[in-house]
Design a protein around this ligand. Sequence first.
Ligand SMILES: Nc1nc2c(ncn2[C@@H]2O[C@H](COP(=O)(O)OP(=O)(O)OP(=O)(O)O)[C@@H](O)[C@H]2O)c(=O)[nH]1
Length: 370
Amino acid sequence: MKLLNDISQFSEWEKILVGSIDKIIIILAICSVPATIASYSRIPISGFQISMALHLFIAISLVTSAYIRHKLSVKFKLNMVLVLTVLISLAGVYNWGLLGNGILWSILSIIFITLYYGIKFGIFSIGLFFVYVSIIGYLYTQGIITPQADPSVYAVSVSGWLTGIIGSLLPLSISVLIIGTLYQAARDSLIRLERQRIEITILAERDDLTGIYNARVFRKLLEQAIERSKRHNTWVYLINIDLDNFKSINDNYGHHAGDATLQYIAKQLLNVTRGEDTLCRIGGDEFLMLIDSPQRHSPQELEVVIKRIKAAIEIPYIYEKTKLKVRGSIGYAEYNATSTPELKNKDDILKLADSQMFKDKELSRAQQTS
Ligand SMILES: Nc1nc2c(ncn2[C@@H]2O[C@H](COP(=O)(O)OP(=O)(O)OP(=O)(O)O)[C@@H](O)[C@H]2O)c(=O)[nH]1
């Protein structure tokens, strides 16, 4: 997992972080003013504390940083927010013990450390935090450090509650902002990646013009069908469909008409292709259909399939009010791992279907000229 400090490798992350870190600094700067006033309002109860000087320093740093935020680098701003939150939590626990929000700020610091340096550092900082709070707790319980204010007075004072409310709202809202922004960014990028994956798959497997499978996928599926036949003695039928004199459509009506006709033919062929069979365009005006069957089909059955394909192709396509008539020549190859030993591989099957198709083409040419 990439961490926030890897931002130089991620322009996308950088954009997200620039947006969210600036929001965080502005919120922190705005809130640091009332928080500092609330902190100083405790002077009558507790006297002046080091944490108050720290609050003032932090408020000045945040307001200045918010003002010149566009001039500061993302890394600097991230580190600054991290250092400030750590300082607030350490000073808060030391000065106010259980009375202050130091422990809440520690949670925010640990979230920052984890996001910035990774889970290992996050766990390590939990350990350090545990040791630190235990030592401070020990010192308080032994009376070595004493509370900065009388707890019974502090717990019912307006300034104590004001500091408590503002001081706890800040880490809570920052946590929501950070986690919400990162969650949204991760979700958006996952959705985008999934879309890209689907687009890449479609581009790699489909024919641009017709949207049906391309030759690459078909070759893979044919190889798989051959393997199935070797293992389960199934029958593979490869039907080669080539349009007749397709060039004349391009020549007479233009390339656009040719494209539209090819799309139409692909739809017609899909209409007569069973769900379990596969259709592809291997290029130009040539299509292949793959039938992978557990039992052998008789030549009569295949004749029915071929007639159905031819009939579907011959339904005229209406292009700009003109009826375009297309015919197709069809040949097929039958393959079974044990019954057709002359066919050694997919190329032999493809060649056989191709030569059968040519025979059909010759026949229909001869019929047309006689
Ligand atoms: N419009 C369009 N035409 C294409 C496309 N791919 C190939 N063609 C055309 O299809 C025609 C195929 O020509 P041939 O292989 O000679 O086939 P034919 O004209 O059908 O002739 P026979 O197959 O011999 O009957 C050529 O004119 C190619 O330019 C395409 O994607 N779109």
